[in-house]
Design a protein around this ligand. Sequence first.
Ligand code: TRP
Length: 471
Amino acid sequence: MHTGCSSDQVAILSERVSIHGQWSSRLMFVLAATGSAVGLGNIWKFPYITGENGGGAFVLVYLLSIALIGIPIMVAEVSIGRRGRQSPVNALRALAQDDGGSRFWWLVGFLGIVTCLLILSFYSVIAGCALAYVLRTAGGVFRGVTASGAESIFSGLISDPEKLLAWHTLFMIMTLGVVARGVRSGLEQAVRFLMPMLFLMLLLLVILGYQLHFESFMKGVRFMFLPDFDALTANGILVAMGHAFFTLSLGMGAMMVYGSYLPAGISIFRASFFIALVDTLVALMAGLAIFPMVFASELGTGSGPGLIFQTLPIAFGQIPGGRWVGTLFFVLLVFASLTSAISLLEPAVAWLVENRGIQRIRATVLVGSVSWVLGVITILSLGPWAFGFQFAGESRSKGLFDIMDVLTSVIMLPVGGLAVALLAGWVLSRARTVAELGGREGVAFWLWYLTIRYVTPVSLIAVFLHAIGVI
Ligand code: TRP
């Protein structure tokens, strides 16, 4: 990021300039935002929640949520960020006040900061598992492995708090390292080269699944794309909707803070659409790589958070050169997680720098440390502290980890998103929003505006009411 933005360029759309600098180019924003969106959410979480929630019908609700809720909120977040040119807390306060709203909108930004600390805490533990799998795969542990072998290797890892702590710590240090070195140099390369590689890698795995186990491949395709509405519960709808937020990094200010570094002139509509498209394709490909393996082995679709760690190694163990293909895959997964993790830090860091005058590096270490400590909760709840409970009629077995997951993805992100939709649709001045979104009240604008005003809030509230049994 640099601050070399001509002042008249800024003046057209907003009078503010971010103290944190600006992306060096339009491409950089798209890369960073795509890097934030594509991560464990796509490759680890999407397949396992699809498996747990019965497949096709769940995927359909998820795709609808991306289109009707995710993309409109992304446009709102990025444009609020760019107009506000500050951390989400301050941008929300400033914009709402400029346009005659309440000053308490900053609370939404604050909720976002708390959410991001919580998400980062378990994100880093799972990314730590991916890191552990780089070594395990390279070491040839998975050669010819069976489903039960892969299961026991995974449970050996997650039931050992010391190992998990070590990997979690290493991942957190890597994240802080990337942020401290400056987001630009490292991140740009990571997203520009490693993301397309990850994409190709997933494609390769999908093709392999097709060739190795054609029957199972078709079962996987049917499972993902043939909706069976009987398999979909009210809770499943809620999880699908929450995941649209998680996977697009919405609802806690990450896209907003990235938008605040965005130069004037780039089309927010086009960028948001592109980011959502890439993100969705990656998730669907991950599903197509994983489900054929599930059906080809005796694993169940509902194996939960371990799904990716129990299925892909079987594929790597079967193919020639699978050891290196697998190693590369987990390396790429770690990079995808890194580019997401830094966006979980950014809203809190930007806020600490603005409001507390803390230096950037210090703020980063502070936020990272809090999340690191919280991560211990996840580590213990995967093993020694595991307990089962019922939530919305579903049984869950990972205790505090499940609680954090539900609290963040299913409650806090959608609530944050709803607030953003209401702010953008009902509080902020339409003229100023139009100016931010390209200056013309064309078809794209009206399509978005009506969606964010009516469709998005109504669908969000309906899903919530449905989940608690009111409708
Ligand atoms: N979107 C990322 C993923 O799919 C995770 C993530 C990054 C995130 N930043 C976020 C989730 C902000 C919610 C909010 O892996």
